[in-house]
Design a protein around this ligand. Sequence first.
Ligand code: NAP
Length: 458
Amino acid sequence: VSDQRTSNLIIFGFTGDLSKRKLFPALYHLMLDGLLDKHFEIIATTRRDVDLEKFKKELKGFIEDNNDNKCDDLVLDNLISNVKLLRMDVSNPDDFNILQKTLETQDVACSVGHTRLFYFAVPPIMFSGIISSMVGVGLHKSSDAPNRLLIEKPFGHNLQSAQELCDLMGMHFEEDSIYRIDHYLAKDTVQNLLHVRFFNMIFRQVWNQESIESIVITAIESIDIQGRSGFYEHTGALRDMIQSHLLQVLALVTMEQPKDFEVESVREKRLKALKGLRLVDIGTAKRGQYQGYRFEVGNPESVVETYAELNVRLMSDEWSGSMDLPPVAFKLRAGKALDHKEASIVITFRDHSIPNILIITMQPEEGFHLKIATRKPGLDNNQTEMINLSYHYDQTEEEKHEAYEKILLDVIKGDQTLFPSSEEVLTNWRLIEPVLKYWRDNSHGLAFYEKGSSLPIK
Ligand SMILES: NC(=O)c1ccc[n+]([C@@H]2O[C@H](COP(=O)([O-])OP(=O)(O)OC[C@H]3O[C@@H](n4cnc5c(N)ncnc54)[C@H](OP(=O)(O)O)[C@@H]3O)[C@@H](O)[C@H]2O)c1
């Protein structure tokens, strides 16, 4: 493991759900695979007493539940022994002196410079306060090794707040030190999109308006908001899922081939695709709320959507350039408390009574399924039947890695390819802003659906 991976991870929000369910399991697996440097240290900031032994027990249970009951105690002990608890309240600027001193002491004690990774695992409303407090004590200036910020989504609450956050960060940090996390982009299937598209002639030839009729990107869950009413009342499905994950996936599905797979080239083409998106007609944007939501959040008037659906077009030669054909129809939809869990991209090809369909699944399992029309077998038969060519990642011998492992490794290496740029995030907000405004100004049009309903929500 190179010196490049000698890092300090400073966590704001150590006691939160994300830290327990995503961040620490990922750190455990990286350590298990020998991918963390032995100098790797974790500074966990907390505003209350934390019992690390209790945390370790919970983490062990979580790792076992998701790993065939297996957990290597030695690795887990090692991981937890690298955690240094630091009592501070991140909403209090003065407390950042404590952090600054701790990091300074560590730098003096250590011969190699540590890359400082600041992980913002706190409610988004706290992001700008933390940035200002870091600047206040000089933590924005790098020592002899770079600072990197890992910012969880949602990045901003609307276009204005996202722009303000970008401006604030841009004033004190270089763009190449800001990692806006969109864990969908780190999923194996999603990373594979560019390979499948650009390294296979059969897909390269048909990935356009002439051959494709529609692309539907779905991310639905059977679980409800699970008590996270504070977060959800402030967010809703459009902001939570479509503004970030689904638009970024759409960018990968539709972007032009980059000249190489370096960060600048990939980001440039993703951004171009996102900039070409237009809402079909604001009235076709749908929203729904599951019955019982208002009671759960204690707000009888709530119009927050637990289901959202957006129809868009992409203005480009490939996707809408031909006047002889309708432009490719893109639909993005996300929701909670539906009849099953699914995250998928469904690509329907044109020009057949029984269309060919390519389904790329991201959840519950990752894989590719191609439905093609064939002649039904038999001696005297000319009927067509669909057959399904399927590949699941579970079939591979390769060990599976969670998205957060890839995220952490890329941040340690300094590779920003899988992280949206500020321009990408702002472009996404520009697209959905009119819908947010339309829904705010028009209280009608909210469909109520029963928990466990199936799509489409009417
Ligand atoms: N959970 C997920 O699966 C998930 C997925 C994607 C993105 N995210 C994003 O990740 C971030 C964290 O989410 P979460 O689900 O982990 O939230 P959470 O469970 O509510 O945890 C929030 C964390 O912030 C800490 N915090 C709040 N106010 C603080 C203060 N004044 N001083 C110090 N610490 C404070 C909390 O500490 P206390 O324990 O002391 O209250 C807690 O550790 C959010 O931006 C969220 O949108 C979460």
